[in-house]
Write a protein that binds this ligand. Structure first.
Ligand SMILES: Cc1cc2nc3c(=O)[nH]c(=O)nc-3n(C[C@H](O)[C@H](O)[C@H](O)COP(=O)(O)OP(=O)(O)OC[C@H]3O[C@@H](n4cnc5c(N)ncnc54)[C@H](O)[C@@H]3O)c2cc1C
Length: 398
């Protein structure tokens, strides 16, 4: 049977099935929520079942490594790079080193319309487009195929993305390559490209101008209080701390994530990637000398290949080892999926037919109502409990 997604929590939209189909009869189409799922043209299908066999969720590959995982707090010594990066700028340090070895780096980049796509970069002066987190699911497109061609030709490839994208890459390749280095992220979950598009429309509508630049992790008010930034063609700007920006509130409140993110199969210590990159939240408590509120990375090495590349950039970065067993304390997203809020379905039902702001306001009202209802229930319970206590006391006294 060709691939058929019956349970959306079991498809990450990684593009492995589309990439592997020899007849090109699978396309990744958007559902009503704006997430990609495979669509099969049955009349072209030759029933080779490669799409099902290579699906990393249906048939996960074994990971067999002897390497003992280690983790570090890390900072890129170049201040400009760190300012332009989300965390401590470790991605850029490794990527630059790979390009200097004539390698190619794959990562998430904005397209002209500010949708997010994974693409290859082979020059240091173009690396900036992969720098910085884009909190939207990025479209893999034909990146796995291009990476395979480069790998087969003997070129060094550094492929970066969410853990499910790295899982998809290895499923598609079906083997490891000495010239392949991979990095995944500690991933909160990926928001819907449709919600992102509606948010972009809303921002442009407010200032009546096109977007020039976006940063999800502007550090003007510090790395801990990171902000969403938009620069527009008419020179106007928008800057809001993450807990004041409506898109970031939907993202961090888990209202607009892909269904598979609430039960992520990649939240395990057995990682496909050689390196995991993340924010070192809580660094101010554990290593105050590595904290200046400009961004500190957490890096986790899962293979000797990852170790080798980190060694190659050791002059460019500050590193301090941190016990691997402790990292969950400050970054629960490493192994734990977020919970699906009750209001998620309500949010998506509305956004399918409304603009971003109307949907967001309706969601806010709904959340306020729910918390008010919960508060009333709690108060009633308390009052009932006090009444019973008074009755008992009266009985004892009598
Ligand atoms: C959707 C998402 C959720 C995340 N959740 C967490 C979290 O809960 N906790 C945590 O500690 N860190 C999280 N991160 C990682 C964090 O935001 C930084 O990306 C990471 O620490 C690397 O920072 P850096 O300074 O080394 O490099 P940066 O230059 O900031 O990051 C660049 C790297 O991020 C990748 N990237 C950017 N956007 C995307 C995307 N949409 N999809 C795939 N890859 C992308 C690029 O390909 C490149 O590899 C998340 C990242 C993303 C994209």
């Amino acid at each position: 049977m060709p691939i058929k997604i019956q349970d959306k929590t079991k498809c990450t939209g990684c593009f492995a099935c589309e990439s592997v189909c020899p007849k090109k009869c699978i396309t990744m189409g958007e559902d009503a929520e704006g997430f990609w799922y495979p669509l099969v043209e049955y009349d072209k299908c030759i029933h080779c079942e490669l799409c099902t066999k290579k699906c990393p969720i249906l048939n996960p590959r074994e990971i067999d490594r002897k390497y003992e995982t280690v983790s570090f707090a890390a900072i890129n010594k170049d201040e400009k790079t760190r300012a332009d990066s989300s965390s401590g700028g470790l991605f850029f340090a490794i990527a630059k080193s790979v390009i200097n070895e004539k390698g190619v780096v794959f990562g998430a980049s904005f397209s002209d319309d500010f949708s997010v796509q994974t693409k290859p970069v082979d020059a240091v002066d173009k690396l900036f487009c992969l720098q910085g987190s884009k909190y939207v699911q990025s479209k893999i497109g034909n990146s796995y195929k291009i990476a395979k061609m480069l790998l087969d030709a003997g070129q060094i490839v550094f492929f970066t993305g969410t853990p499910c994208q790295i899982g998809g890459l290895y499923a598609y390749l079906d083997k490891d390559y000495d010239n392949l280095l991979t990095a995944d992220l500690i991933c909160h979950g990926v928001p819907s490209p449709l919600v992102w598009k509606k948010y972009l429309d809303y921002r442009q509508m407010v200032v009546k101008s096109d977007i020039l630049k976006i940063s999800f992790r502007q550090k003007k008010y510090g790395w801990n209080k990171f902000s969403m930034y938009f620069g527009f063609q008419n020179d106007s700007e928008y800057l809001a701390e993450h807990d004041d920006d409506p898109f970031m509130k939907c993202f961090l409140g888990n209202y607009c994530l892909r269904p598979s993110c609430y039960d992520c199969k990649y939240k395990t210590e057995k990682r496909y990637a050689d390196i995991t990159l993340a924010d070192f939240w809580g660094i101010e408590s554990v290593y105050p000398e590595m904290f200046d509120d400009k961004g500190t990375s957490l890096i986790i090495l899962h293979s000797s290949k990852g170790q080798k590349w980190i060694d190659s950039v050791s002059e460019k970065i500050r590193l301090r080892e941190y016990p691997y067993k402790e990292i969950q304390k400050y970054n629960s997203a490493y192994l734990k999926s977020v919970d699906e809020p009750k209001e998620r379905q309500y949010f998506f039902k509305n956004i399918e037919k409304q603009d971003f702001l109307t949907t967001y306001n309706a969601l806010q009202k709904r959340i306020e109502k729910t918390s008010l209802r919960l508060q009333i229930r709690k108060d009633l319970k308390k009052r009932r409990y006090r009444r019973v206590l008074r009755k008992i006391k009266k009985l004892v006294v009598d």
